[in-house]
Design a protein around this ligand. Sequence first.
Ligand code: ADP
Ligand code: MG
Length: 391
Amino acid sequence: MSIPSVRDADVEGKRVLVRVDFNVPLDKATGAITDDTRIEAAIPTIRLLLDRGAGVILISHLDRPKGKPVESLRMGAVASRLQELLGRPVEYVADVAGEEAHRAASALEPGEVILLENVRFEPGEERNDPDLAQRLASLADLFVNDAFGAAHRAHASTEAVARFLPSFAGLLMETEVTALTSLITEPKRPFVAVLGGAKVSDKLGVIESLIPIVNGLVLGGGMANTFLLAQGVDVGNSLAERELVDTAQGLLDRAEEMSVVVLLPIDVVVAENIDQDGVVVPAGEVPEGQAIFDIGPETVRQYGAYLANAQTIFWNGPMGVFEKPPFAAGTIGIAHAIAESSAFSVVGGGDSLAAIEAAGVAEQISHLSTGGGASLEFLEGKALPGIAALG
Ligand code: ADP
Ligand code: MG
């Protein structure tokens, strides 16, 4: 698959509309930006365009305002943070694609940057409305999509807009596509996928798609409970999807047919609820009235030893309720095991990235994917609308 790259675009003296993913986490009480990784990730593309004499018009969504203005979700604070990180003025324009946006875009000189209002304030955004797309396109001469995290959505600013302008992938988009492509085409072996998170139903597609390409599947989190149930293990009050036990069994059978090693927890941390302290028990001995909230230390050791031999690792989904300190050790332990391995490692998913940060091992991971849902759909082999539309 060859995607037109911003590196090959003639941008000098042009106005370039850049779709970025500035959907940053905000503190609920103060509205402050709690993590600016996504803003930082877009900077290489912005710098490249500015260095080559383009005027840059940035646009992003922030959270879910559902098609109307929401004061707490305006982009002003994001513009200020970007200005700090970029070390250049960034003008915040409180309009998506109306008169004010057009005035600001027309006045834009080469080397200048503006950030438009939250694109999801427009009802046409999530409907992939061609009228909104056309109004956005009329702001610029070229379109660059650097929002990998939103590429699995066919929205006006990710898909329809690309029909109206010459369109290119940004540097972040390219980096993501390259890293994820290398997982599915000729990965160095053994290739081990570590999957966790709350539910099997969230990850069914990716488990199915990964079985034919991995050598090992390491399971944890709430999702592992459904697999334990399929193996006849009583998981007590644990989060599990009883209606998916047969599906889980089918996946285990398929893995066995394909000689894929599947590791399930051998010990677990249980409690009555997440506000209590945990107790370690063997996976088959969950006391009545208790639930599994993390993998146990023996499991961490076993998974760690297995990961030490891997040459390629993909991780998505925490091993337990790591937000709560009594149930964080499994996830942090796996983060360290992945960091210490010499494998080419890719980690995706909002909570998984937070766990990598909490473990302090971000530097030792080969690629941190900024797209949770997008990275999973990419690995499932689905065409992502925001990428397919480029050209
Ligand atoms: P990511 O954001 O990395 O894709 P998910 O959103 O799929 O990950 O899963 C993260 C969530 O799964 C966390 O909120 C975590 O508390 C929850 N979780 C993990 N293990 C369990 C468990 N044993 N029981 C209940 N919830 C769990
Ligand atoms: Mg999540």
